[in-house]
Write a new protein. Structure first.
Length: 106
């Protein structure tokens, strides 16, 4: 009987723990987006903390909000956190943090 309660407790903790770990923290910071034609627009960017995102929420300096997917802009720059670019050769439909840019971009 005690083993049954222990097993139930372990399963409960495992399920609750996995839900908590899968949630990502949303961050909102100043930066800019780069349109497909190269135009930079400054504002506030809300994104998931991590190295890749499938969309961002951009708020321009006038307060207008727009959701962007990787196929809609070239990328975005977060002040202090780096540049995130869309590169379907690496991973489709995701913004990936660009660490190095040159003949071979990482």
């Amino acid at each position: 009987m005690k083993a049954t309660y222990t097993l139930i407790f372990i399963l409960f903790i495992s399920i609750c723990g996995s839900k908590t770990l899968s949630a990502q923290e949303k961050i909102s910071k100043s930066g800019y987006v780069v349109s497909l034609d190269g135009v930079r627009t400054s504002g506030k960017i809300t994104y998931d903390k991590g190295y890749s995102n499938d969309s961002i929420l951009f708020t321009d300096n006038k307060g207008n909000q727009t959701n962007f997917a990787p196929n809609e802009i070239t990328g975005f720059k977060i002040n202090g956190d780096g540049f995130f670019a869309s590169n379907p050769k690496i991973k489709a439909a995701t913004f990936i943090q660009q660490i190095f840019r040159g003949k071979i971009s990482l």
